[in-house]
Design a protein around this ligand. Structure first.
Ligand SMILES: Cc1cc2nc3c(=O)[nH]c(=O)nc-3n(C[C@H](O)[C@H](O)[C@H](O)COP(=O)(O)OP(=O)(O)OC[C@H]3O[C@@H](n4cnc5c(N)ncnc54)[C@H](O)[C@@H]3O)c2cc1C
Length: 450
């Protein structure tokens, strides 16, 4: 393919990474972002989210040689630290010895990717430029400058919509024939809070774990930051008996935390201020297909916005870049539209799959992480992974520690869960798992799958 003039809409995580991929192929890339350059502005309160970064995202950044640099700003989390209601702690490893997911600040990651993009002469950033109109048939795109109000028009060889869950590019695609789209809000929202560092700058909780306070229909989580603090997120229903709606006065907020999260509260001196100042934000799932129309293509949240409970939204978006890049390499004589078609066909079912997995993981995190039967099944899964290496991988392993398609992880994981649930009923004691009959049963089941 000749070197082309390309437009990327949205300089978030996925847009910034994708611009680097495109420029590496020698294309000229203009990337437009409706917000100001985040490298020059203060982040607004309650928007400091840190993300869990796992294999899919690491694979995608490694392709650009960025892994080592990003590891310096990431903290490994080797498992979940469950803070039970009876105040006991329970550590559940995520994977095999040494396997971790990584806590990384969304802002720092975005800045690192923008800086990488800025090193390439083929990439031009345009900030404060909001995409206001797209003509997908003519490949024309219009932006309005947020500061001057001026409008400008561009024509591109191809347009990439990386403009997030409420994508303007996708909005135009929604009007085209045979485009499928769904949007679903969760009845839960989230609010960001924090645990500051100790006076000596160290962390107040184990920094190598993702902390969860599961409380059935709601939960609190905390991910570590480099400066010794934790970003804490409360996931709670907007309405109902126990909900954001019922937490208005200082007393209501303090009573709620004292009752449900006393071990977090003792580390949260700024709780009241943060609770009142930070927004309660909503969580949306967006599914659509195909992910393209003619010479325009969607990546990241624009194609698949998922709730954050599997820690996979950004990971999925980065994997989009990796997958599309490989398809472009494998099909050098195809047009953009032909490659986008292949991308949609191959990969869009994976967006829908991770959306479903993420909703399910919410139920698992807030609810079943504390139950005995869940813990026994998890123990059994760990045992099976060790006893049958490379043949038994838990769904969590497939999603977080491999690049296997999400749709495959969903299907295979469901089969395994059903089997493991049956097994724990039949063999409820760990001591029985070493028995020949037990191992033969697992072997036979695995053979039937193979
Ligand atoms: C609470 C929470 C926790 C999360 N935790 C995790 C996690 O642990 N792990 C994980 O992998 N993911 C996580 N995610 C998801 C992750 O944040 C997103 O999947 C990721 O940010 C998507 O990147 P993106 O670039 O596709 O979209 P965005 O980050 O939304 O970026 C889109 C960009 O486009 C710009 N834009 C929008 N409209 C326009 C327009 N009309 N014109 C120009 N520019 C426009 C926006 O300003 C923005 O900069 C979490 C999300 C939330 C809300």
């Amino acid at each position: 393919m000749k070197k082309q003039n390309l437009v990327v809409v949205g300089a978030g995580l996925v847009g910034s990474l994708w611009a680097c991929y495109l420029a590496k192929k020698g294309h000229q890339v203009k990337i437009f972002e409706r917000r100001s350059d985040m490298r020059k502005t203060e982040m607004s309160a309650g928007k400091s989210i840190n993300l869990a970064m796992s294999t899919r995202a690491w694979t995608a950044v490694e392709k650009l040689g960025l892994q080592d640099e990003l590891l310096k700003i990431a903290i490994p989390m080797y498992g979940r630290m469950i803070h039970q209601e009876d105040l006991t702690l329970d550590f559940q490893a995520y994977g095999k010895e040494g396997q971790a997911i990584y806590s990384i600040s969304r802002g720092d990651l975005n800045i690192a990717l923008m800086q990488e993009a800025d090193k390439n002469d083929h990439i031009e950033f345009h900030f404060d430029e909001k995409c206001s109109k797209v003509n997908l048939d003519k490949r024309e795109i219009r932006f309005k400058n947020a500061k001057t109000g001026e409008e400008s028009n561009y024509t591109a060889d191809a347009i990439f919509g990386t403009d997030g869950a409420f994508s303007a590019v996708r909005y135009q695609m929604q009007k085209t024939n045979l485009f499928n789209y769904s949007q679903q809000y969760l009845e839960h929202g989230y609010k960001e809070l924090s645990i500051p560092p100790k006076a000596d700058g160290s962390h107040r909780l184990d920094k190598n774990a993702l902390h969860i306070w599961p409380r059935k229909s709601f939960m609190l989580i905390a991910l570590p930051n480099l400066d010794g603090s934790f970003t804490v997120t409360l996931f709670l229903q907007f309405k109902g008996e126990i909900s954001f709606d019922r937490l208005n006065s200082d007393k209501e907020i303090m009573d709620f935390f004292t009752k449900f999260f006393p071990t977090a509260l003792e580390h949260m001196p700024d709780l009241l201020k943060e609770f009142k100042e930070n927004p309660s934000a909503s969580l949306v799932t967006v599914k659509c297909s195909p992910w393209h129309y003619k010479n325009a293509c969607l990546l990241g949240d624009a194609a698949h916005a998922v709730v954050p409970f599997y820690g996979q939204g950004m990971n999925a978006g980065f994997q989009d870049c990796h997958v599309l890049d490989e398809l472009l390499d494998q099909n050098p004589d195809n047009s953009w539209e032909e490659v986008f078609e292949k991308f949609s066909t191959l990969h869009s079912e994976n967006g829908a799959a991770i959306a479903d997995l993420a909703i399910r993981n919410f139920i698992e995190m807030r609810d079943s992480t504390a139950s005995d039967s869940f813990l026994l099944r998890k123990k059994l899964e760990r045992y099976l992974m060790e006893a049958f290496p490379n043949r038994y991988l838990s769904q969590y392993q497939m999603v977080s520690f491999t690049n296997l398609p999400y749709a495959y992880a969903l299907r295979k994981g469901d089969q395994q869960t059903a089997f493991a649930e049956k097994l724990v009923k039949e063999y409820p004691e760990e001591s029985l798992w070493k028995e020949q009959a037990f191992l033969a049963k697992v072997e036979a089941w695995l053979n039937s799958l193979d």
